[in-house]
Design a protein around this ligand. Structure first.
Ligand code: UT7
Length: 329
């Protein structure tokens, strides 16, 4: 029997209009365009402004465009998975809100939270439902409104993150393309270096948690940087080795966009020339679960059927992984 694989048959992404520049950040915290550019590679990031605007706005825009461009009727979608750490509310899941906004009525919908690895985890999860034969059309969304949990008085985090994201459509394929292999890892030791302390069941919102600024992202950058480089380099090398792939076989490495220096180090350690590495961090900053679909969307016109692509990500948890796929169109 021919193996059913989950193929990405469409991608779309969306970022909000407002652009927060390094120059504007210079007026908000003690920083410089020079520091941000040399230490992170980021020039601008997009911010979702306006009362009552949650991450569902980003997901909805991305999905509306995706359904249109793939000529998909909302009634055909059977499953929606939304990867995010900034859901509109703790419940209901944002996947439900997006489905409702775009008219998806015949699907089950839920969120996945794996921080910056969220899209990667969600993609593997969605793929399993296709491979098993359970579903024919699955939407996987990765998006974050990081500005809702960033402390704009903390220069160590506020210069890095931005809002945005995207979505892919997964469908069964039997002609050899689609998601071929995935490696996923996590290590709870990372919880001490990257977290949002309050707002969950351990420290529910109170005057005290607000006064302590405990609803914002805390990051100890250096240990995260090191673990990100080691983690992504290892899984990229492993997924290539076990699929007998050389650098020449791979068209694109698609890394999570957390820091240009991390991307360059991972590429160097895995022997990838930078011409084969997708980098758009200068435009969007780190959009957490949004970075990978934003890359696929920005490079879509350069991708060809049969291209071998490796996606990799690293994030809070720690969580990390790599997916090897063949582009399907
Ligand atoms: O996506 C999820 C996973 N996250 C990541 O992968 C992020 C990993 N970490 C990083 O990307 C980097 O560690 C950062 C970009 C967060 C920080 O860069 P760094 O080169 O590791 O800087 P550092 O934290 O070691 O700080 C160096 C100096 C410090 O000053 P002192 O102590 O040497 O006087 C910081 O206070 O740079 C200072 N600094 C800044 N200076 C100007 C930190 N942030 C800024 C800033 N502007 N925005």
């Amino acid at each position: 029997m021919t193996k059913i694989r989950a193929a990405i048959t469409g991608v779309n992404a969306w970022v909000p209009e407002y652009v927060l520049t390094n120059k504007e950040l210079e007026t908000m915290v003690e920083t410089t365009d020079e520091w941000i550019t040399t230490r992170t590679g980021i020039k601008t990031r997009h911010i979702l402004k306006g009362e009552g605007q949650g991450v569902s706005v980003i997901g909805t825009k991305a999905v509306q465009g995706l359904l249109e461009k793939t000529n998909t009727d909302p009634s055909e979608i059977e499953l929606v998975i939304f990867a995010t750490v900034t859901p509109d509310m703790l419940f209901p899941d944002t996947a439900n809100l997006v489905a409702d906004a775009v008219g998806i009525k015949n699907a089950f919908c839920y969120d996945i939270s794996a921080a910056c690895s969220g899209f990667l985890y969600a993609l593997t999860t969605g793929a399993r439902f296709i491979e098993s034969g359970a579903h024919k059309k699955v939407l996987v969304i990765g998006a974050d409104k990081m500005s809702s949990i960033i402390d704009y008085t903390d220069r160590t985090t506020c210069v890095i993150f931005g809002d945005g994201g995207g979505a892919v459509l997964l469908e069964p394929s039997t002609d050899g393309d689609g998601i071929i292999d995935a490696i996923h890892r996590s290590d709870g030791v990372g919880a001490q270096y990257l977290y949002q302390k309050a707002g969950g069941s351990r420290y529910p919102a109170s005057h005290e948690t607000v006064d302590q600024r405990a609803h914002y992202v805390y990051q100890n950058g250096r240990p995260v940087f090191k673990a990100a480089v080691t983690g992504m380099s290892n899984v990229v090398t492993q997924v290539m080795e076990r699929n007998h792939l050389s650098i020449d076989d791979i068209s694109w490495l698609v890394p999570h966009q957390a820091n240009k220096r991390i991307i360059e180090t991972v590429a160097r350690q895995a022997d990838f020339p930078m011409e084969k590495v997708m980098v758009n961090i200068h435009k969007y900053g780190n959009t957490t679960a949004g970075t990978l679909p934003l890359c696929l969307h920005d490079w879509e016109s350069q991708l060809n059927k049969g291209d071998n692509i490796i996606l990799t990500a690293f994030g809070g948890g720690f969580t990390w992984g790599a997916i090897y796929l063949k582009w399907a169109y």
